[in-house]
Design a protein around this ligand. Sequence first.
Ligand code: LLP
Length: 444
Amino acid sequence: MTTANQNLKPVTTKINAKGNLEIGGCDLIDLAEQYGTPLYVFDEQTIRTIAREYKQAFKAYPKVSMLYASKAFMTKAVVRILDEEGFGFDMVSGGEIYTAAAAGANMKKCLFNGNNKSYDELQMAVELGVGLISVDNFLELALLNEVAKSNNKTVDILLRVTPGIECHTHEYIQTGHLDSKFGFDLTQVDEAVELILEEYQNLNPVGLHAHIGSQIFETNIYYDEVEVLLKEAGRLKEKYSLNLTHINLGGGLGIKYTENDCPPSINEIAEKIISSIKDNAVKYNVEEPEIHIEPGRSIIGTSGVTLYTVGSSKQVPKGRKYVAVDGGMADNPRPSLYQAVYTADVVDKPVAEPVETVTIAGRFCESGDILIKDIKLPVLKEGDILCFYDTGAYGYSMASNYNRVLKPAAVLVNNSQSDIIINRESYEHLTACDVIPDRLKNKA
Ligand code: LLP
């Protein structure tokens, strides 16, 4: 059975009677007219479908909690949807904690994670009752114990470890290999545990946390990851009589960005994880743990598309044809940062013969601002609307105001209705934090 992370397009994508692409029952030409471009469009049904597919896939193992990795794309509306679907949130900053709390997430189901959390952020997490904190390093053990003590609380923690598993993805988004900035090396875990047991009375270690990387297409590495963590839990049980009941496996499941991508289904990953728990809990003499799964991209990536308007074009004599759109590396830095490849359609000609190979360039003042290199499309003209698929994850969340360009709006579509979930920035927003010192003010 396939799951929606294996689709290139949101589950509601159709060609309507006018011959235009529609998502969530909304004609994308109408959305571009109503809200302007660039525009992020998120399909609520795709988000909910995938969230439910995750829950369904793990039905055979009831001791599972789902945490959405907020870093992929977080806004208050997305928190509402995933909170309704029973998800908690994996958060990595005060901003993500604030957003989750402001949107009414169940903070007990949430986890705070990150390799350099500040004292203030830890304080905020403890005050707001974040259920679990994944402690990444020795400094943080000390800081968090201090925070917990000053709040008269004992805080449940996971120890983030580097499991020494390499996945085949872009180097920048690998995390589980040994030479990584995240977490305790397995050789440092004993020292951390001894500090907790002997000195840090306000920390309650309940489990281990790892994340092996992102945009992963392999399935066996999840089996291996579970084994590494259960083996470590078994070792700590034996050596310190420490009963670690939770294993957080991070996220990482890949999605389909182009026809060439074949990510595994959510079910395949779930089967590997569950079978590894069954095998290795026995092998390492630990109880079957409570597991946490932290998907980001595979929950939100496929649900999102970006609409751009075609502007200028340039035919390099005997070379490429560049077609520029009104967005680019500031609303989607992934092509320039990771050489990520995307697919696009022309919104009012989704089935027209692709006859011309063009390179879609962004509008930012940088040669590297290329969104798609060499894509075959119908002939494009100024004013055409392009729909880029699979921009839901790590697009808006990594967007910037490079060139002082305003960040686009985002709308949520469902049942032929569209609602703004992020307002388009204005020049007032853009300059709201700017300050001119008095001595530079024009006194004339
Ligand atoms: N849990 C932890 C501890 C993580 O570090 C991450 C992602 C996730 C979960 C979610 O991973 P996902 O399911 O989304 O693969 N900006 C990069 C991706 C960086 C991922 C960082 N950590 C990109 O655009 O490809």
